[in-house]
Design a protein around this ligand. Structure first.
Ligand code: PLP
Length: 405
C-alpha cells in the first residue's frame, strides 16, 4: 500500500533509537568480580520482583492444591469450571467498579493476541496510538500491518515519558496505562471529542489493572492479562468492555472476515456463558480468582493500589536518597506505582552486577527490560509484593553496592 512506512515491524527498535539508547557493551576482558554475599537477615521473605510472570502468593498456590480433584482435570463446559469463570468475571467487575452495561470478556492468547483481536474487531478504518515503549508500539505495529486499515496515527514519546494520542480522524484511540518496559504510567481519560466522533478508547492495562486506580468509564475496552498485577499465570486475555465496544465488534464482524480464534463477538458470546471458545488453563483461572478475591476481601482496588504505591514509593524515595541511583522516569507523576525502574550511575556500579548478586541469593528478575539497554534495575511492585519485601530489597542493594565500591 503506497505511503506506508517500509518496516512495519520495527516499532520496538524505533523507540529505542529515538532516545539514542543502545545495549551496553560489557568489556571483553573485564576482571571477574569476587562474589558478593548478602546476609540472610537482609533478604526479602519472597525474592520475586519480576514484571511478568510475577510473584504468585503462596496462599494462591495452596488454594490450587486444596482444590484437589474438583477443578483441575475437569471439563471447562461443566458447572465447576464455569462457576470459576463466573467468579473471575463477577470479581473483576466488582474490583474495577464496572459501569452499568460493561461486561468482562475473556479468551485465550494473552494481551498479545488481544492486539490482533482489536485490530480485526474494533478498528473500523483507522486508529490512533500512544507509543512510549515496547507494548504500546506493538499494538500500533499490529494495526499498521493490517491490509484493511488505513495507516494509524502514532504519537510517540521517548522511553521514560508518556504519550497519549490527541484528537484525530480515527475510530479507536489506544495506549497503555502502564508501559511495563519502562515503568511509565499514563493517564486514562477519554480523548476530548472522541465520544462525539463515536471513537472507542481502548486501554492496555496488562500490568496496571488491579494495581493502579482507574475509572473504567473513561474507556470502552480496558484489557489485561493475569500474570502481572493479578499474580497468576499467562495465556489469557481479559477485557472490560462497554456496550459501544461490543456493538462495534458485532457490526465489523458482520462485514469483515475474522479468524474465529480472534473473534471478539465469539468471545463475548462464550463469556456470557462463563466459557471460552477453546480450552483455557484452569490453574490460571483459579490463581486469578484467588488473587481477585484476596484484593476484594482486603478493601478492593484502593487496598491493592495502596500496597503497590507503598512499595514503589519506597523504592523511588530510596533511589532519590542515593548519589548513585535515580528513578528512570523523570516526571514524578509518570512514575509507575507497579513497575519501578531505577538507573544506576555507571561510574559507580553496574546494575547487571547487582542483579547477579541478588539472583545468587534467590532475589530474581530485577534485570531491566531486555531491549531498553540501560544501566538499570526494574522492580515490580505489584499488589502481591509485600511492601516490607520492597524495603528488604533496597537494603540488599545498599549492601551489594557497599561491597562493590
Ligand atoms: C506484558 C504486557 C503485554 C503482553 O502480555 P502477554 O500476555 O504476554 O501477551 C502487553 N502489554 C503490556 C502493557 C504488558 O505489560
Amino acid at each position: 500500500m503506497p505511503g506506508r512506512p517500509q518496516s512495519q515491524g520495527s516499532w520496538s527498535t524505533t523507540w529505542i533509537e529515538v532516545a539514542g539508547l543502545y545495549p551496553r557493551q560489557v568489556p571483553e576482558n573485564a576482571p571477574a568480580a569476587a562474589p558478593v554475599s548478602i546476609p540472610a537477615e537482609l533478604l526479602p521473605r519472597d525474592g520475586r520482583f519480576g514484571s511478568g510472570p510475577s510473584k504468585i502468593r503462596p496462599e494462591q498456590v495452596e488454594a490450587l492444591v486444596a482444590s484437589g480433584s474438583t477443578l483441575l482435570g475437569t471439563s471447562h463446559r461443566q458447572a465447576p469450571v464455569r462457576n470459576l469463570v463466573r467468579r473471575v468475571r463477577t470479581g473483576l467487575a466488582e474490583l474495577l467498579g464496572l459501569p452499568d452495561g460493561y461486561e468482562v470478556v475473556l479468551g485465550n492468547g494473552g494481551s498479545t493476541a488481544f492486539w490482533d483481536v482489536a485490530t480485526f474487531c474494533l478498528v473500523e478504518r483507522r486508529s490512533a496510538h500512544g507509543a512510549f515503549g515496547e507494548f504500546g508500539s506493538k499494538f500500533a505495529a499490529a494495526a499498521a500491518r493490517a491490509p484493511f486499515l488505513e495507516e494509524p496515527v502514532v504519537t510517540t514519546a521517548a522511553p521514560g515519558s508518556v504519550a497519549v494520542p490527541g484528537h484525530a480522524d480515527v475510530d479507536v484511540y489506544a495506549w497503555p496505562q502502564n508501559e511495563t518496559s519502562t515503568g511509565a504510567v499514563a493517564p486514562v481519560r477519554r480523548v476530548a471529542g472522541s465520544r462525539e466522533q463515536g471513537a472507542l478508547v481502548v486501554v492496555d492495562a496488562t500490568s496496571a489493572a488491579g494495581g493502579v486506580a482507574v475509572d473504567v468509564a473513561q474507556t470502552d475496552v480496558y484489557y489485561f492479562a493475569p500474570q502481572k498485577s493479578f499474580a497468576s499465570d499467562g495465556g489469557l486475555w481479559l477485557a472490560a468492555m462497554s456496550p459501544a465496544a461490543i456493538e462495534r465488534a458485532a457490526r465489523l464482524e458482520a462485514g469483515r472476515w475474522v479468524p474465529e480464534s480472534l473473534s471478539l463477538t465469539t468471545a463475548v458470546t462464550n463469556s456470557r456463558l462463563d466459557q471460552t471458545l477453546n480450552t483455557p488453563a484452569i490453574a490460571t483461572l483459579l490463581l486469578l480468582a484467588e488473587q481477585v478475591d484476596w484484593m476484594l476481601q482486603n478493601g478492593g482496588l484502593p487496598f491493592a493500589a495502596g500496597r503497590s504505591a507503598a512499595s514503589s514509593g519506597h523504592v523511588y524515595a530510596w533511589a532519590q536518597a542515593r548519589d548513585w541511583a535515580t528513578p528512570f522516569v523523570a516526571e514524578p507523576e509518570h512514575r509507575s506505582p507497579v513497575v519501578a525502574t531505577i538507573d544506576f550511575d555507571p561510574q559507580v556500579v553496574e546494575a547487571a552486577t547487582i542483579a547477579r548478586a541478588l539472583r545468587a541469593h534467590g532475589v530474581v528478575d530485577v534485570e531491566p527490560y531486555r531491549k531498553l539497554g540501560r544501566n538499570q534495575l526494574r522492580i515490580a511492585t505489584y499488589p502481591a509484593v509485600d511492601p516490607r519485601d520492597a524495603l528488604a530489597l533496597t537494603a540488599c542493594i545498599d549492601h551489594v553496592v557497599d561491597q562493590l565500591v
